[in-house]
Design a protein around this ligand. Sequence first.
Ligand SMILES: O=C(O)CCC(=O)C(=O)O
Ligand SMILES: [Mn+2]
Length: 209
Amino acid sequence: MDGFVVKRSAEERGGDGKRPRLEEAAGGPPRSSQPRQEIRAQGLSLEYRLLFGRAEADAIFQQLEKDVEYFEGVTFSPKPWIPVLIHIRERLALDTGHTFNFVLINRYKDGEDHIGEHRDDEKELVPRSPIASVSFGACRDFVFRHCDSRGKNATRRIKPVKLQLAHGSLLMMKYPTNVYWYHSLPIRRRVLAPRINLTFRKMMAVDKK
Ligand SMILES: O=C(O)CCC(=O)C(=O)O
Ligand SMILES: [Mn+2]
């Protein structure tokens, strides 16, 4: 799978998905000075931090707006890696020690665009591998809900875990989070600005016969 990227639009997105403008990347505060937050609950293992300083995050956001073409609905047509995605992937490798061979990109035009509760449990994922979620643009709420505490048939009362994913942030979702916890990006009508999220994953090599 290495060398490809899949681009996908956010659920119920609108707009034309393009904003051509390019800014020079600039240095932000050193990454080592950014505090890391460990978030743990039963079966939940997350790590949150700012990965990019403000100026660099702004530049990456503009570059993504310029270079990434979005599709309505879901597409599994893989595309070659482009420089801005390689840049983020390399920073992730430096910062986390993990290498990723796949990225799924969602663009939310504003707070109306959202993604419903789901788990990232595709059978093609390398078992127990972490997922790195990198966000740019509008800060949005992100909610985790335990599988036993969802809906009318809930068997346990486990408090949802709510985070805010800021511009330039990284959320590492580590094993076994996606076994037990669903996540969602709820509607937030007060949010008027766009947001781009990239989830970097480790996919198993496809056996070409
Ligand atoms: O937009 C986000 O922060 C999450 C996207 C997501 O969960 C997904 O693409 O599977
Ligand atoms: Mn997901």
